[in-house]
Ligand binder design. Structure first.
Ligand code: PBG
Length: 333
């Protein structure tokens, strides 16, 4: 057979590097490593409870005893890091979020138990008022406004309580101005210089948090979070937040959500020498699960492609509800 006419301009043939699985492996640029994934856990008070969250299939709210067994199974799969969120009973919530640093707090008790049983696990906390606030906001509310500097005080108290309970890295998710510097100073003054801060640097006012607020029953009781969370239209503002968090002493910078903000991950990665984390949030998880359930897409392939995209965009680590199943899939392959 005669070779077909070859266009004279066709000197570069990228397809040669896609010719076989072996060649594709040689040229592959990004990878998902299980120890780069951070698994979120929803914690509740009591014993023996493992409640399903309807909008997040496969994700449960767990009591301490269940969480201890679950974390053991995650560690066996090669996961090393966990970010912990409390779901607090309504009757323990108040306008000052005092339960957040109450000595009898089950979240602090569970942190202690996890650290004692699994000292090697990296435990990351949630620092914000909303799980404990009767207003459902991340800060203290007065006359319908979210107060910045008054909130810092409460964030400081809950952070010290978490650090003393054994948290390795604080995760301020509240978006108050100056909280990274405030928490760094509070930790250092208390002699807790080894405790790190993973700042929610560019946290957007996003529709993709919906299932999480179901999980914690933490939706705002009035208004929205737009006076503290960022406008999805903005990118320069993310760089400003990154500059401030770095100057205030953050150890990690986080972008949240992740999927619709890949450009922000890349821009902060290029602008900073700190490790960048992105948060693949509840709504991003739920939409893949829902479409897969309907048979509209292959959930496992969509998951793997999504996780890969975060690393390609520049993330050093990814918080994801897919962590456990992705780790299980990696272990099985
Ligand atoms: C609140 C907080 C939220 C999430 C993590 N911490 C929700 C919010 O800001 O209302 C969302 C996580 C997710 O959607 O997976 N401090």
């Amino acid at each position: 057979m005669r070779a077909p006419a070859r266009p004279s301009y066709l000197t570069e043939r990228p397809r040669r590097n896609r010719h076989s699985e072996g060649i594709r492996a040689l040229t592959r640029e990004s990878f998902v490593r299980v120890d780069k994934l951070i698994e979120p856990l929803f914690l509740i008070d009591g014993t023996g409870k493992n409640e399903e969250i309807s909008s997040m299939p496969g994700i449960n709210r767990m009591t301490e005893d269940v969480a201890l067994k679950y974390v053991e199974s995650s560690l066996k799969l090669g996961l090393k890091s966990f970010i912990l969120f409390p779901a607090v009973e309504d009757n323990l919530k108040d306008s000052q979020a005092t339960y957040s640093y109450n000595k009898a707090n089950f979240y602090l008790r569970t942190i202690r138990a996890l650290k004692k049983n699994f000292p090697e696990a990296v435990l990351i906390s949630d620092v914000a008022l909303d799980p404990y606030s009767s207003d459902g906001h991340d800060g203290i509310v007065r006359d319908g406004k979210i107060l910045n500097d008054e909130t810092l005080d409460v964030l400081g108290k809950m952070s010290l309580a978490q650090a003393e309970a054994g948290i390795d890295i604080l995760g301020p998710s509240d978006m108050m101005d100056g909280r990274v510097g405030f928490l760094r100073e509070a930790l250092d003054t208390a002699g807790l210089t080894h405790v790190g801060i993973m700042s929610y640097t560019a946290k957007y006012a996003s529709a993709f948090y919906g299932p999480f607020r179901d999980a914690l029953a933490s939706a705002p009781k009035f208004g929205d979070k737009k006076t503290y969370q960022m406008d999805p239209a903005n990118a320069s503002e993310a760089l400003r937040e990154a500059r401030l968090d770095a100057a205030e002493g953050a150890d990690f910078l986080m972008v949240k959500p992740a999927l619709a903000y890949l450009d922000i991950i890349r821009r902060i990665k290029d602008a900073s020498d700190l490790p960048i984390v992105c948060y693949n949030v509840s709504g991003e998880y739920a939409m893949v699960k829902a479409a897969a359930e309907k048979g509209w897409l292959d959930g496992e392939k969509a998951r793997d492609e999504m996780l890969l995209a975060f690393f390609r965009a520049g993330a050093d680590a990814v918080i994801t509800y897919f962590a456990h199943e992705a780790a299980a899939a990696a272990a099985a392959s």
